[in-house]
Write a protein that binds this ligand. Structure first.
Ligand SMILES: [Zn+2]
Length: 120
């Protein structure tokens, strides 16, 4: 048995277990029961659910699979961050590259500093 993954929550652990099993890597989730009573336990930092592989020989392949899962998550679009228009102060969703209200584009730090320089 080798620990291959420490999950943030039981659902995450089961997702990883399911993916590993699809690669025919035998594994199990541990520590779920601890998680469910986590709120009542002192925070010891070791109560996250973990995924363990049965055969140590699978470790290298399992490691690659887990790395791939992490990599895909990093590529996944994050929850959109809004931004504020530097001209009119309008709050805009991240998908807008320019202010819909006054038309100012989002990335104008350079031209903005040019304008300031001209004033001096
Ligand atoms: Zn604006």
């Amino acid at each position: 048995m080798k620990k291959i993954y420490t999950a943030a929550n039981p659902a995450d652990a089961h997702i990883v277990r399911g993916i590993l099993e699809s690669y025919e890597i035998g594994c199990e989730v541990r520590g779920e029961s601890l998680f469910s009573v986590r709120g009542e336990l002192p925070m010891v930092g070791d109560t996250f659910p973990t995924v363990w592989i049965f055969n140590d020989e699978d470790f290298e392949e399992a490691r690659k699979v887990v790395d791939e899962i992490d990599r895909k998550r990093e590529e996944a679009p994050v929850v959109s961050e809004s931004w504020n228009c530097s001209r009119c102060g309008e709050t805009l969703e991240s998908q807008f590259t320019a202010c819909w209200k006054c038309g100012k584009s989002r990335k104008t730090e350079d031209s903005e500093s040019n304008v300031k320089r001209e004033r001096f």
